[in-house]
Design a protein around this ligand. Structure first.
Ligand code: MG
Length: 453
């Protein structure tokens, strides 16, 4: 049996005396002493003796050094010089994320202990009562990643050490190859192969072959929609993808893994038929065959083909992953980390994947900030069921804004091994590249029907 401390015996005796005496002042004194005990409990044991570090402010920093809107959260603390950075990039709707951070999260967090990340995540998640969507999740992710960054800095360790330490030498990545013709695409694939990449995503003319369609769509001729609305001929796309795989396999060989993203742009049954035709070319994975509105089709797909599938980029809540992973209906977990709320929820999905042998493939294009790429990479290094990481090569402007950007060698991503996430921000440089509000992505069929996503 646990022995009670002398202090708790005294408190109990005092409380009994006060209650029996019915003294109002005494009862108030009891509450004060409870409060002070609660205060003591908020300091974790490992930090005993260290001064408590509190959050001073939470604010958004927006920048677009490569054109894409990037939003980063900076958490300043009561310890001079100690701050954390987290990615909150929802590039298509950056402005409301900034408002969620500056107007709500700052107020919610100021004065709280930097140590209790899980508690902070859980409390912020329900503080709006209505559960988070992409705007609030991105704000929350910025806070969550920044607190991991701070914890790493306080522990004097890179974040992957706090997640369990390294499972592998570096982060194996895939590169994006695209070309408007099979020949141009093959050339690009060969360039990445020569750089040492073992995994290459192949897209001909972008998603759905946009821009390479054979005819002017009927909706444009009829003056329907806007001038900049894009057009996709789904049948041309469905025909071209197997031809593309055939050409690239013949031209670039078997000693490379090929990936492709459907981007949810065709009818579900057409996607199934096309994926079946890709079997002879042994894709590493086919991404996003269906939109989140069509999840019921996964069971039909699985019954028809063993081609590996990646899914999850558009999911908001980690509960959306659960049943499909438990039933092993896809093979790779696509997650835009900031979209689901940061490292804390992503680790839960990754661990769930280990139970069912579903591997990670975090989203990592240019609309994830270098801080977000670092968050991806720290998890990639630490979880057993890592699959592959999407790569992005930062230009010089972005590297000047974000000192400590990831580097690549022989198809692997290497992170800055400094304590925390390892990526800093130069706010003076960031201010040179203001964000824009563009993003009115509209894609239509020939008759004008909107194509999802
Ligand atoms: Mg995708």
């Amino acid at each position: 049996m646990k022995k009670s401390s002398p202090q708790s015996d005294i408190s109990r005796r005092d409380a009994m005396k006060l209650i029996s005496a019915g003294s109002a002042a005494g009862i108030l004194g009891l509450f004060t002493s409870r409060e002070s005990r609660a205060e003591t409990r908020t300091t974790p044991a490992y930090a005993a003796g260290m001064p408590p570090v509190k959050i001073k402010s939470v604010r958004a920093i927006a920048t677009a050094p490569e054109g894409s809107n990037l939003v980063v959260v900076k958490v300043d603390t009561t310890e001079p010089g100690l701050y954390g950075l987290g990615c909150a990039t929802f590039t298509q709707r950056a402005v409301p994320v900034i408002s969620a951070i500056d107007s709500y999260l700052n107020d919610f967090c100021a004065g709280k202990d930097v140590d209790n990340i899980e508690d902070m995540w859980q409390s912020a998640y329900v503080s709006s009562y209505w559960r988070n969507g992409p705007v609030l999740n991105n704000a929350l992710s910025g806070l969550d990643e920044a607190l991991w960054d701070i914890k790493g800095k306080r522990a004097n360790m890179p974040v992957y050490q706090l997640l369990g330490g390294k499972c592998r030498i570096a982060v194996d990545c895939y590169a994006h190859a695209s070309g408007s013709t099979p020949e141009a695409l093959a050339e690009r694939v060969q360039q990445f192969k020569d750089q040492g990449f073992r995994h290459i995503r192949i897209q001909q003319g972008g998603y759905g072959g946009v821009g390479t369609m054979p005819k002017e769509p009927d909706f444009k001729q009829a003056g329907f929609g806007r001038e900049q609305d894009m057009y996709m001929d789904q049948q041309t796309y469905l025909r071209r993808v197997p031809e593309m795989f055939d050409y690239i396999r013949k031209k670039c060989g078997e000693d490379i893994e090929l990936l492709h993203d459907i981007h949810e742009r065709v009818e579900p049954v057409d996607a199934i038929n096309m994926i079946k035709r890709l079997e002879p070319y042994r894709p590493y994975f086919i991404e996003d065959p269906f939109s989140p509105e069509n999840m019921g089709w996964f069971r039909h797909l699985r019954n028809q083909t063993t081609v590996p599938i990646a899914m999850g980029e558009l999911f908001n809540n980690i509960n959306e992953f659960r049943d499909y992973m438990v039933d092993q209906l896809f093979d790779f977990i696509r997650v835009h980390l900031s979209q689901i709320g940061g490292i804390t929820p992503a680790m839960k999905i990754a661990r769930l994947g280990e139970w069912f042998n579903v591997r990670t493939a975090w989203h990592g294009p240019g609309d994830v900030s270098p801080v977000g790429h670092a968050a991806n990479a720290h998890i990639d290094l630490a979880v057993w069921n890592f699959g592959i990481q999407e790569s992005h090569f930062w230009n010089e402007k972005a590297q000047a804004v974000f000192p400590g950007c990831q580097t690549y060698k022989n198809g692997y991503m290497y992170i800055n091994e400094a304590p925390g996430l390892g990526v800093d921000i130069n706010e003076k440089e960031a201010a040179k590249y203001p964000i824009g509000t563009r993003s009115n992505w509209t894609l239509r069929k020939s008759d004008g029907t909107i194509i999802r996503p």
